[in-house]
Design a protein around this ligand. Sequence first.
Ligand code: PEP
Ligand code: MG
Length: 753
Amino acid sequence: MLESLRRIVQEVNNAPDLQLALDIIVRRVKQAVGADVCSVYLNDFENHRHVLQASEGLRPDAVGRVRLELGRGLIGLVSERAEPINLDDAANHPRYECIIDTGEERYHGFLGAPIIQNRKVLGVLVLRQRRRRHFGEDEVTFVMTLASQLAGAITFARTSGELARLQDDGIPQRFLPGLAASSGIGIGEAVVVYPPADLNAVPDRRPDDPEVEVHEFRRAVGDVIQDLERFAARTQNHLRAEDMALFDAWRLMLESDTLIDGTLSRIRAGNWAPGALRETITEHARVFDNMDDAYLRERASDVRDLGRCILMHLQNQAAGPVEYAPRTILVGEEISAMQIADVPRERLVGIVSTTGSGASHVGILARGMGIPAAMGVSDLPVSRIEGREMVVDGYRGRVYVSPGPAVRSEYQRLAEDDAALTSELQTLRHLPAETTDGYLVPLYLNTGLVSEARPLGIEESAGVGLYRTELPFIVRDSFPGEGAQMANYRQVLELFAPRPVTIRTLDIGGDKPLPYFPMQEANPFLGWRGIRITLDQPEIFLTQVRAILRAAIGLDNLRLLLPMVSTVGEVDDALLLIRRAHDELLEEGYQVKMPPIGVMIEVPAAVYQTEALARRVDFLSVGTNDLTQYLLAVDRNNPHVAKLYNEYHPAVLRALLQILTGAKLHGREVSVCGEMAGDPLAIFLLLGMGVHSLSMGAGSLLRVKRVIRSISRARAREVLKVALECEDAGAVRRLLLDALDGVGLGALVRPGK
Ligand code: PEP
Ligand code: MG
């Protein structure tokens, strides 16, 4: 049963539209379970009814026509209870109804499983048996698993309007939900980016010239054949004859009509070579997948491997610059900082990713660049939306694909309001970030996530509060040397001088692995990360510190920050190494100075040791992104738990208070450099607590300044006092929204307010 489940899921995932997916499910489930009838009813909430949407065993002409009032019969009961109902004698159940229109006979065995997405019942998958039958536990879990598979497909069909067409009524268009990652409204054209050689992530695309695609495909196949021949020649003395036979099999496949003619005819039918190849390989592999012989089934993975090899060659040929639409919405399953940086800034109007969350580094980057973004939009069928018009609502984390005229014009209006707000904010650029009662809050910039000659926000910031140094390490294929690093740091120190620049030592690990420094860890965020790595590999740390100290010679604006500290021993060891680098450089004749040194408080252990840490260093900077992740035990990149990730959680607020109290005992200043610092709502809390400075992405600077200039510190303290009485994050957020509305600035966090 497990094997048929795997195959059905695969078939459903490959189905080009919802109706086909439903038809596959009912046909295959009826067969696998040996039921008399298998049907799917979908809930049509607008018209208050259950609609028979697919069936195997009922009259075909009943599909789409049979409509039951919402809540009626056993279908209604499953929907109401949102749990499976398994009856061996349904005919005697009080909710039993026999619907003549479907050609259905009186039945006894009944199994209904709800199709649920985000706690909402979208429909019911039903099995019926004329005789009495109690479906077994295996059969119940089988049907429930398939029902959950259907949920995603139905949600997408609802949003894209496909379901409305199927049900032949005017259901208004809905959105695909995701997570708000960067505020703003983006309306543009989807440009799909995908990781190299991942066949499943290749989108469909219309070729400019099919003959060019044909030529490239043939050349890629030829290249793979040559690779194979070279490899076979090299290994023929080392491999057994039966293993060598594999090469022949591959070669046969490569020259087969199925692969060649199948792909060529798809290209000529209007798909580009990678898309046509994906379709051919998927179809071909499916034939093997469905075979009952285990050996033959294994051949499916050979077919996929072959597909990846051809794709790799195709992508090498097509490695020229990507054509970005004038209003590009970058879409992908996983989008990297490099892919974002590749789009000319003036063409990039939105970012949508099916994975990740607002707290992941791509979310932070989007905010820093002021680009509307939604992450974790898990229902988005990436391979089907290339070139489609899209709306990204970065305030609410919503995405619309091919929006209808009403949705489009509403969002056009909101985008115009947003643009007006942005230009109004420009008037604040040269005004101080000062509260109405005269308290100055220096606003610093977070930078370094993407390489820019001149980061945004240079003029309106008080300096750099967090320079992330990972990028030069990530983009290379080995550790950068002292000279290369120094040039990099010098650039940013010079650009902002005499304003301070806080450079953070390397914080790799977690969601920032280095390609040339492989780490296999079950829990990377709880593993070898940040200062843990650099202290274990002191040569990496010493090279970096030397480069940073040398870069600051004659500028005097450097501050050094240590990430991921969880023990005082780490700080002591790091201070020794920094002192050593400093002394050695002096001996070598470099006029370096010891900079102020700070520690990031981003691990709960550090919160409880703030006092001991503050005694050792000059300043503290709170990394609320990791602090929230570790305090709440919620992975900052995981969309499934993103609802739990919340910086207004009372535990986070109490941790912040504790940090400020510990720092005060030693007269140390506390800055916040996590994303919370750039959140207009959180300003009430941070100001109320007495945080000394804030550091944020360029996109947030003016919004935060606007809030600071509209409130007094006394008002912030009042709001904080009430917030500390709240027992959950939702209550804190509501309070903050009211406070922001109270000063007429609700539009900073909600469009159209
Ligand atoms: C943080 O954790 O809040 C932080 C600023 O560091 P990063 O986001 O780079 O982990
Ligand atoms: Mg961090």
